[in-house]
Write a protein that binds this ligand. Structure first.
Ligand code: GAP
Length: 443
């Protein structure tokens, strides 16, 4: 399959089957903003749930929070985003295109035939200018600079400003972490590749507070844990790799940083960053707010500003990764079958429930089973068309199991369960179907 074709096919499947739609589509769409449909919202929610379970519920040393998107403007001065969260931009006076100066090789001029900006004889590129990526808005009734606030460009700062609140209201001691899932906004100049780089997205971030000096050891531990998590949601290990940030790439807050990259059809790209942020953020908030953010370590009888190891993944980017990794086409009995081979724990629909025919009481048994299963997990009832077609429809949206009520069901009190990947079937007692599926969909 040609590489670009795979992305085209995926975008089209996502729209056709209700995973992802373009935002405001009936008005011509809004650049690099996407909406999740009925199946997409389930897929993304399952990914976020798996992250939350592994980072918060399965651990004793991490607490969760949900901070507001809107924060005091001073937060972003302290964090360095007002002065430093910028991209260098160049404008072309001829085609009126605007491009990232550091990504000209990946950009295309608006003039035809398609070339890199600067390659046409008529291109007139300006000198690079710095452009801040934060969205600004106003709070209250007046549009004056005193009322300017920002849509947060990362969720991390909501954790830092609440670090003492969490410490004082929980039984945690350093080392401990705070986790959060939430929306972030960036006015990206070269967004694209579907939901890979968007202007509104969700982050799954965890900030781990440690004693100064213990940061590099925790940094290594978190690298290992986070890579293992990506394997656990079913991503192909050989398509994941580490990228270490060199001195020129490090963000203003980081002493060390590694990205987890995935091999997308459009090349290797970051899906998560693990950063050693040192005491940069808490020191800055201490200076700007005038509030002491030190920790008193009773065991050591010492006061210090903790160092922070951050793990930061994009929920939308991981969703795209899961979709790309799962997509396959294979020939079955002379026909092409499209399969999303999701790990069962993230699959939006866990089971399809089908009566083989619309007679002999099969629909009644199937409906009762469907209602029963729906109490435990998301499943889908389908009685239309040939059974083979119904299987294919479920394969295409990644449903791991299809349960069929057939001519033997009433007498034998059993059904067939068909497996998406192997396409094999087995007979299972009707009253054991829920348990059978539930035990196979956990992560
Ligand atoms: N708090 C640190 C931080 O925000 P980052 O490397 O800028 O670090 C972390 O972002 C993750 O957030 C990325 O690895 C990516 O998964 C996701 N992300 C960042 N910008 C994004 C965008 N424009 N669209 C979608 N996801 C994005």
């Amino acid at each position: 399959m040609a590489e670009q074709t795979l992305m085209d096919k995926l975008v089209s499947l996502c729209k056709r089957r209700g995973f992802v739609f373009q935002s405001s589509e009936i008005y011509g769409g809004l650049g690099s903003v996407w909406d999740y449909g009925p199946l997409g919202v389930e897929l993304k929610k399952n990914i976020k749930d798996r992250w939350w379970r592994s980072m918060v519920h399965d651990r004793d040393d991490i607490e969760g929070i949900d901070a507001a998107i809107l924060m005091a403007a001073k937060v972003w001065e302290a964090s360095g985003h007002v002065s430093g969260f910028t991209d260098p931009l160049v404008d072309c006076k001829t085609c009126k295109g605007r491009f990232r100066a550091d990504k000209l090789d990946d950009a295309r001029c608006l003039q035809k035939p398609s070339k890199k900006p600067g390659e046409h004889s008529t291109c007139q590129l300006t000198e690079p200018r710095l452009f801040n990526l934060m969205f600004k808005t106003f709070m209250g009734p007046v549009e004056e600079s005193a009322a300017t606030i920002y849509l947060r460009p990362e969720t991390a700062q909501g954790i830092y400003v609440n670090y003492l609140n969490v410490l004082n209201s929980s039984r945690q001691k350093v080392p401990f972490g705070i986790a959060q899932i939430g929306k972030a906004f960036r006015n990206e100049i070269t967004p694209g590749n579907f939901i890979f780089r968007t202007r509104e997205f969700e982050q799954m971030e965890m900030q781990f507070f440690v004693k100064p000096g213990a940061d590099l050891e925790w940094f290594e531990r978190w690298r290992e844990i986070r890579m293992a998590w990506h394997h656990s949601i079913g991503l192909t290990p050989t398509k994941l790799r580490w990228h270490e940030h060199g001195p020129g790439e490090l963000a203003h807050y980081a002493k060390a940083a590694y990205d987890i990259e995935y091999e997308f059809p459009f090349g290797w790209n970051e899906i998560e960053g693990i950063h050693d942020r040192t005491d940069f953020d808490l020191n800055r908030h201490q200076e700007h707010s005038g509030k002491k953010l030190e920790y008193f370590d009773q065991a050591e009888n010492a006061r210090y500003v903790p160092y922070i190891v951050e793990t930061s993944a994009g929920a939308d980017r991981v969703t795209l990764t899961v979709l790309v990794d799962a997509y396959r086409e294979e020939e079955v009995e002379g026909e092409v079958r499209v399969v999303l081979g999701f790990h069962p724990s993230v699959a939006p629909i866990k089971a399809g429930v089908f009566p083989l025919t619309k007679k002999d009481g099969q629909p009644e048994i199937a409906t009762a089973l469907h209602h029963d299963l729906k109490k435990r997990f998301n499943c889908f009832y389908d009685d239309s068309g040939a059974i083979g077609r119904r299987y294919r429809r479920m394969d295409e949206v990644g449903t791991p199991f299809c349960v069929t009520i057939d001519t033997e069901t009433a007498a034998a009190q059993s059904v067939t369960i068909r497996h998406r990947d192997a396409m094999t079937q087995e007979r299972v007692a009707l009253d054991k179907v829920g348990e059978y599926i539930a035990s196979r969909i956990t992560g």
